[in-house]
Ligand binder design. Structure first.
Ligand SMILES: [Fe+2]
Ligand SMILES: [Fe+2]
Length: 252
């Protein structure tokens, strides 16, 4: 296994590890993103057992002990499993996440006290980089779920939204990221299908992201608002259909 590093927007780097054994024959990739401000931020720690690979990849970009912020979409092995390994490797690093994540999991599981981010709160990383944290509860899964938006580049760090299987180029310009996301939803059935999923995704569209950085898939440079609306349409229909089936089965 190797971890590939590519710059997908100015000062934002994708660290990608492809595992062919997961969901064969296409396989599955795990991506973390380093935002290289004066206070560097890592979005997704990677799996605990992949820490040596990701540490070596981050070391190609910054001295690992200079990492300042650690964040992720939600508390889960691929998103946050190596959190304490990073905290040990970088003495000034702090985990930052939404109120739910900190209260439900991170206050107990993080080896140093985390920072609570309010919905919409910004961390100034210096060097022109600023990341805004946005709550997306149960979207696509996890009560604590959230995304980050880097404002200087218009990059949405979208976590598990738009998940695809397969190995992909670091950055694609245009094209369709919705159809492959629907295929992965059909395969994995990974989303909560909560009634609020569509509106949580649609709420991100006014950001008009220029780039959407997928945790599992390529980074997409194109019409981010259109892609978000299309994904919201899909989940609203899917969740609505499931509720209708349930109501029908109860009435039968
Ligand atoms: Fe996840
Ligand atoms: Fe994930």
């Amino acid at each position: 296994m190797e971890t590939k590093v590519h710059e997908i927007a100015d000062g934002i780097f994708r660290l990608s590890t492809y595992v062919p054994e997961i969901a064969p024959p296409a396989g599955f990739a795990f991506n973390s993103f380093l935002v290289r401000g004066e206070e560097p931020l890592l979005f997704h720690t990677g799996l605990r057992r992949m820490f040596p690979l990701n540490r070596e990849a981050v070391a190609r970009l910054i001295p690992v002990d200079k990492l300042r912020w650690i964040s992720f979409g939600h508390f889960e092995a691929d998103e946050s499993g190596a959190m304490n390994e990073w905290l040990a490797a970088a003495p000034d690093a702090q985990v930052a996440h939404g109120q739910t994540g900190v209260m439900v999991s991170l206050n107990d599981t993080a080896d140093r006290a985390p920072r609570i981010l309010a919905d919409g709160e910004v961390i100034e990383l210096g060097g022109n980089k600023r990341v805004r944290y946005i709550d997306t509860p149960h979207t696509p899964h996890g009560w604590d779920a959230g995304v980050m938006y880097e404002e200087s580049t218009g990059t949405l760090l979208a976590g598990d939204l738009f998940t695809q299987h397969g190995d992909h180029p670091a950055l694609v310009h245009g094209g369709d990221i919705v159809t492959p996301a629907i295929a992965a939803e059909e395969l994995f059935q990974y989303s909560a299908l909560a009634p609020g999923m569509g509106s949580a995704i649609r709420r991100l569209a006014p950001l008009k992201p220029k780039t959407i950085a997928l945790m599992h898939g390529p980074s997409f440079a194109g019409d981010g608002a259109a892609a978000l609306h299309a994904l919201a349409d899909f989940y609203e229909k899917r969740a609505g259909d499931r509720w209708a089936e349930l109501v029908q089965s109860k009435a039968a």
